[in-house]
Design a binder for this molecule. Sequence first.
Ligand SMILES: [Zn+2]
Length: 411
Amino acid sequence: MYCYKVMIHPNNKQTTKIRRTLNKCIECNSIVYDYIDSFIKNKEKIPSCGDVRKWFTIQKKIYDDIAISKRLGMTKKEMITNHLDILFYDVSNDALKQEIKDTYNAFIRYFNKLSKYPVKKKFDNYKKSFYVDPYKIKFSDKKVRLEKIANNLKYNRQVLNYINLAEKDRIPQNVKYYNPRVVLEGNRFYIVVGVDDEHSPKKKITTTDNIIGVDINIKSVVTSDNDVYKSITANKKYMKALKTEKKLQKKLSRKYIKSKELKKSLRESKNYQKQRKIKNKYTRRINNLKEAHIDYVISSIINKRPKIICVEDLDVKQMQKSDNKYLRKGIHQNPFAKLLNKLIDRCQKVGINIIKADRYYSSSKICSECGYKKIDLKLSDRTYICPNCGLIINRDYNAAINLKKYVTIIN
Ligand SMILES: [Zn+2]
């Protein structure tokens, strides 16, 4: 399956509708979460997903009735400030249905020991999304139509029916779509949709007979052709953005404490929301820089069109527990685990054979010239000096050559 992520430009009316749907989905999540959570606390067996959905259909009506009675005699402005301007009835049913399923599955994943105990979704999460029925979504070359977001039936308002896409002719039309979602990241909206592999723009490539070993570590990515790609932490713009984000986060948490002192909810506190918007800008910038860097490294490796790529099998979870403070911090700032996963994914798509070296194959300790194993090599030794044959070589380059050799060993 191939996934498309395209930004959308909803107009003001559509934006409010999308935001309301997102908020209503989070409300739904919180109601269902409390319901299932109460069963677990009482040590009872939780009901099936179908039963939860039936239960929610009744609850939905009760919540709507309460909201209607509350908003009697209110002006429209008061309704908006009290978040009463929208009912569950106004929101697309598919979005709510999927929200219940997602919440339920989070608990099932916990029971199967696949994840930790689920947490409630929050209104001020950086990333929020809701589901759209794949049969009801419709794409034209420049626009997309979503159910209950933009379905004005009036003839002279037809333009309102569609939301503008940021990229023209990117998503294929009239094909089968999987799991379409509208996503809000920071201050921007996206549409994410999966399609079958045959509609993906990335086709298989013809490869040469080359074999490349790739050593990935915190400071750089080094290939066996001695191409060095410095880590993103060497990028001044990126480090500056990280610093600014940290400052803004501090400011935000101060506003958070203040609004708690005043006993205001975060949705009502305007200063908090203003500050969050500014902070989100930087979070987005950081994410974009990361993605761009990963894409640059991966595409320059793949453009060499090797037959086989050999990489190290990194144990990132073990590294996160490490006593070395700088290693832990490096993992947080530097997305090299993501880079590895993306490289594997891309290689499989374009038809390059990718091999993960055994975790106990110590590629950095072995001499690439004579095969001597230097056991007492430390993490701080940046150059490898072989006591057997006298070879002096960059540590990462040495590891990359060893990874290239690994392919011939196992074959
Ligand atoms: Zn040697």
